[in-house]
Design a binder for this molecule. Sequence first.
Ligand SMILES: *[C@@H]1O[C@H](CO)[C@@H](O)[C@H](O)[C@H]1NC(C)=O
Ligand SMILES: *[C@@H]1O[C@H](CO)[C@@H](O)[C@H](O)[C@H]1NC(C)=O
Ligand SMILES: *[C@@H]1O[C@H](CO)[C@@H](O)[C@H](O)[C@H]1NC(C)=O
Ligand SMILES: *[C@@H]1O[C@H](CO)[C@@H](O)[C@H](O)[C@H]1NC(C)=O
Ligand SMILES: *[C@@H]1O[C@H](CO)[C@@H](O)[C@H](O)[C@H]1NC(C)=O
Length: 538
Amino acid sequence: MHCREIPLTVWVLMFISTSEETCTSRLHITAVEGEPFYLKYCSSSPEHGKKTTTIKWYKNESHGPVDLSLRSSPRILLRDYVLEFWPVELSDSGSYSFQMGNDTHDWKLNVIPRSPHSCFTEKLVMSKAVEVKKSLQIPCEHNYYQQLANRTVLYKNCEKMENNQNPFLKNAEFKDQGYYTCVFFLHHNGKLFNVTKTFNITIVGDHSNIIPALLGPKIEEVKVELGKDIQLNCSALLNEKDIIYWNTWRKNGKDPNVHEGEVTRIRTSEGKWLASTILRIENVNTRNLNFSYNCTAVNEGGIDTKSFLLLLKEDMVDIPGHVFTRGMIVAVVISVVVVCLVTMGVIYRVDLVLFYRHFMGRDETLTDGKTYDAFVSYLKECQPEHGEEHAFAVETLPRVLEKHFGYKLCIFERDVVPGGAVVDEIHSLIEKSRRLIIVLSKSYMSSEVRYELESGLHEALVERKIKIILIEFTPVGDFRFLPQSLKLLKSHRVLKWKADKSLSYNSRFWKNLLYLMPAKAVKPCRDESEASPVLLKS
Ligand SMILES: *[C@@H]1O[C@H](CO)[C@@H](O)[C@H](O)[C@H]1NC(C)=O
Ligand SMILES: *[C@@H]1O[C@H](CO)[C@@H](O)[C@H](O)[C@H]1NC(C)=O
Ligand SMILES: *[C@@H]1O[C@H](CO)[C@@H](O)[C@H](O)[C@H]1NC(C)=O
Ligand SMILES: *[C@@H]1O[C@H](CO)[C@@H](O)[C@H](O)[C@H]1NC(C)=O
Ligand SMILES: *[C@@H]1O[C@H](CO)[C@@H](O)[C@H](O)[C@H]1NC(C)=O
């Protein structure tokens, strides 16, 4: 690091000693209008030793040399070896001579106009190239005016720099490139003047060359869909002059849908270049598949190549798609099946329970010590207008439930021995029964029946030994005449008899009735009149 800084230091020293020497040895001098300026004779011997001889300054006009000491101008000062201008003006251009005894010196002064748009004059810039990451130093020093300078301000591209350190020093970056102008403010005779000094700083990359390197894998597989456009981006890190290109030629020429883009280059902070070139393939077809689109970066030192292979995207997208679709279908099917099963279960709950009972041979009547499966309560006044419900209770119910399904019913007219205490008898019969079937009609509530009903309700609701089944034989509509407690029955325990639909053994009515009856395994011998328990129509 130290070794590298030495040349820079040497440069700075040389810079100062050549162009900013306090004396002016060059023949052709350029100055900027409006700035303080001076010419100084370069004495070969120490200044004080020669003071005795007279010193003359001349300006060579067309009609001959003019002694400047004879011209009275407050702008132009003669100070022995030095001729000062406060400030120099366009009219000062010309040839000047210094004479001291036998020693003479000439200069050709060219005063150029100040640039109206810029803080510096392009002709007077000092150019310098600085390698990136090396030390960049802007020395705002003026060997002649330094003592007089009241203030020094540094401008970059004519904008005042925030960081006004002097000397300006940092590690060079590419963004540091530009014009650095030092402005020295001087006071002279109560007036403010300024002198500028501008450096044209160019930041250059380090001179070592790299071997070009393409970015990414050597073989890059690109998933494409047929008919779509695709862009292949080939990028390389390389030197400024290195080449990057596509190789897309086939034996029989180039694909018409393949287009090479321009090469774009961006300089990296290390001074190398990031070059990119795009290969555009429009409307990808099967010819573009499984072909190597090669990209190459090359210089004298080396070569790097990379292949792009186009592959169909199908495998990548469709498999998850299939899985997803299948998963959705399976989920939907399962949901539908579950919903169907639940719905079926609700609708065919009765059938399922009956099937289950039948299949398992379930029997809940064996151990409860009861005699009857059901006590049938019905209107016993056998008047012609109640004929149908009487016949239903006394004939239809026993025929179906007893003969066909093997239940044992207790029907007052048939099973109660005449005489004796009817009320006690009914009570004990209800106690011996597993269900109380009430055949309900508008004229049901007679005194006898009321007792049965109340006795049954007591058993059912208080003792919970019997379950009630209500059969609405004729539409009742208004249940207000029933005891309050009967309304607590669950609605499915109320069966509606529909003369036209309920005839068949397989009708919903009988299934629901069987469902409400206790499970019983015993099956009777099938009776002959299997077809339907038709009511006796009178
Ligand atoms: C330097 O002086 C000139 C006139 O001599 C003036 O136009 C210019 O603005 C001054 N520059 C600065 C930075 O003040
Ligand atoms: C500044 O330096 C750059 C690079 O060397 C050069 O191209 C440019 O012409 C210079 N500008 C002036 C005003 O001399
Ligand atoms: C700069 O100038 C101001 C007045 O113009 C003065 O007060 C000050 O002392 C000067 N500074 C220097 C360093 O000469
Ligand atoms: C190509 O890739 C390079 C490096 O990754 C990137 O800088 C450039 O912007 C890309 N070009 C396009 C057009 O995407
Ligand atoms: C691209 O490179 C591969 C491997 O280096 C080579 O097999 C193929 O022929 C090249 N293709 C073209 C078009 O040059």
